[in-house]
Design a protein around this ligand. Sequence first.
Ligand code: SF4
Length: 502
Amino acid sequence: MKDVRTPFKVALVYPSTYQASITNLFTHIAYYYLNSYDEFLVDRFTLDNPVFSCIHSLNLKRFDIALFSLSYEFDYMNAVKIVIQNKLKAFNGEGPITIAGGPAVTSNPLPVSKFFDAVVIGEGENALKTLINYITLLPSKKKFLESLPSKGFYIPKLHDGDVISKTYVSDLNNSFYPIYQIQSTLESPVFGKGYIMEVSRGCPYLCSFCMESIVTYPYRVRSYDKVIDIISRGLDSNKLDRVIFYSLSFFSHPSADKLLETLLDSGVRFSIPSLRADTLNEYRLSLISRGGQKTLTLAPETHSHKLKCLIRKSVDEDLIIKLIIDGLKLGMEIKLYYLLGIPYETVDDVREIANFLKNLSQSISNYDLKKKIRVTVNPLIPKANTPMQFFGLISRGNYLRFLKALRSEIRKKHFALEALSYNIAYVQSVLSLGGPELSDVLMRYVGDGLSLSEFRGLLPNFNIDPSYVLKHKDVNEGMPWDFINLGLDLRQIYRSMLSCLS
Ligand code: SF4
């Protein structure tokens, strides 16, 4: 354990549960990378311990830097809660300098711009190196912030409108990887106990609604040798016998099969939470099953030809049915994910989902389902800095109408249908597509301890007309977050999507 007199102290703040924090790869990277420097002490804070750190029980105010990880929009509320509990003020002399990062704020940092001194635009590894180089400029926050490079850092108080390009790891193979990972004896991570292995970053498919793939563009891989070396040292050092693969589309890796075969030969179990259907086949499913995975999760999103083209994700129905049958033969539980509210969707498009499920029902009628197939329906949330930002969120009326159409045609014998509440999707869309004025809303929302159903009612008090989330925008219209450059021409992609309609 490091001495609390270590010169520089960095707080890693994960504004969710402890369990969620140890499921996050960046927490492990930042913790072990910064702690590898003698002059740095790193400790962690979560919603479960928002004021005093996990290991050293140090007050957050005693740290030089507080790094907040914001993976998705609902983390904003929890982050603000921690900011309030610790009385942190951006650009204020007291307390740590506060820096936020993560996929949601990379695509649009504006809604949280009043809470943090800086926001990392892009991936954390380069940002950590920068912090190490500039930390000696503290305690002068002004000097520190003025010295940060414009690439990869948004500093709300100093930003003059210039374009900020994201920072990313160009050589993933040789970037730092945490051999040791935080292990808890009390809590299991969300995907169970196991060594987290990231074989690739980004996703070659770039579906038009997928913020994560755009934030992590371009697609990069770690070599087979590197992955095997990391896994063998990681399992040994952490005394584990299971690997959890973190990659957006695992089987896009050129050595994916060989990796799994090697692990199976060594008696190592594994699971792959994220799979793309058209990268799968019977053999790969058998590998996954032999690795100990019990659930096959597929996300066809839609079965309408037009909509598949619009979301740039087109998987053949026969293949999905075959994979499900193969999965059932292997004793796997099946989960399917769909989107409602893809632009230009009609009830007929929704019926295509119902028709597919009817066909599936017939195809699996001879199989003994241990559990019903879980079908989850989510409204498509148009995220900032994706081509979907130009389209609006589906209206509540249409969402309920589409859901009703789907529910009425689904056979309850084989399927259990779950749908995300419209209200959650609405608030998430407001936060994703919002501007700096949302910081005041978040402050009031958290300060007054309001519930999600009260969020929308707050907006008029701040002169915000939330109808913008429902509107189809003019592609030539500027977006408030246009100064963030994630490396893709979104307007060009949007125009190509429109050709799906002809
Ligand atoms: S395949 Fe999955 S991870 Fe990749 S871009 Fe599409 S939705 Fe995102």
